[in-house]
Design a protein. Structure first.
Length: 285
């Protein structure tokens, strides 16, 4: 009898596995609407306890998180053989991001990041109307500072509800973010080279390089080496470009390079140039 029960179990398991395999190997729809529904179904299976909504063609919504399918849709239309595997990897990635974003905030993960007012307005517009507002403080021009959580796969901006979960006021959250940022980043003078005449200095390949602008006091030594003349830009979150010269020729050269770098960046940040002064950053007109 035990042997017969075991055989029945094996048969049922095999049948279920076969059905699942057939479902996974089912052709991926080519139309935008059907493709969106298909990925939504895969994502719903991967994320238990969450509701995946179709917000529009190639756009899914998971709480405050929006998943855009444009890139993967184009890939699948060009590479049918690799489409299923690509969708699987995409779903795993989105599921991890969702889990990171919904995890309780920790004080050790708080950072201050630099973004633009334009970016934040677009981000807030995509959130549900009842979602808590994002927190920001002006930096210079279109650039602002805001607290965020440093997560394994993403950076999640903090809102007032998160402040309550951390048991901190808005001022305390910002202070904590600045302190953690200083601990994480190497001293500026250990990574920034002095820009000689006709040269443009660069910091790259660190998502928090742009956040260095929020640590205003840390730029004083570099400005001093350049005789008090320092102009910087953040074309992308992981890139800072700068010159130790404020002549029209130097400024024009930097402005041109910044525009090129921003155009090529996967996630462009800003084309604005900022001048260091002993009191604050000022926009270069």
């Amino acid at each position: 009898m035990p042997g017969r029960l075991c055989s029945v179990f094996v048969m049922l398991f095999a049948a279920c596995s076969s059905a699942y395999a057939q479902d996974v190997r089912a052709p991926v729809p080519k139309g935008e609407a059907a493709f969106t529904e298909y990925v939504a179904t895969q994502l719903q299976r991967a994320i238990r306890g969450a509701t995946v909504k179709v917000k529009g063609p190639l756009t899914l919504e998971l709480g405050e998180l929006q998943a855009n399918l444009d890139r993967i849709f184009v890939f699948c239309n060009r590479n049918a053989a690799g489409c299923a595997n690509e969708i699987t990897n995409y779903v795993k990635g989105v599921a991890q991001v969702y889990q990171d974003r919904t995890a309780p905030p920790s004080k050790a993960a708080v950072r201050v990041i630099v973004r633009t007012k334009t970016y934040l307005a677009a981000t807030q517009a995509e959130m549900p109307k009842e979602a808590p507002k994002l927190q920001l403080r002006p930096l210079a021009g279109d650039l602002v500072m805001l607290p965020a959580l440093d997560m394994p796969r993403t950076i999640r901006m903090l809102n007032e509800k998160d402040n309550a979960a951390l048991g901190l006021s808005a001022d305390e959250v910002f202070k904590l973010g600045f302190d953690n940022l200083r601990k994480q980043l190497k001293p500026l003078m250990s990574v920034a080279k002095v820009a000689q005449a006709g040269q443009i200095g660069e910091l790259s390949r660190d998502t928090y390089h742009s956040s260095r602008l929020a640590l205003f006091e840390s730029w004083s030594p570099l400005a001093k080496v350049h005789g008090g003349k320092l102009i910087v830009a953040v074309p992308a979150p992981d890139t800072v470009l700068y010159v130790g010269d404020d002549s029209p020729k130097a400024v024009d050269a930097l402005r041109t390079l910044v525009k090129t770098a921003a155009a090529r960046a996967p996630a462009p940040l800003s084309n604005e140039l900022l001048r260091w002064t002993p009191q604050r950053w000022e926009v270069v007109r």
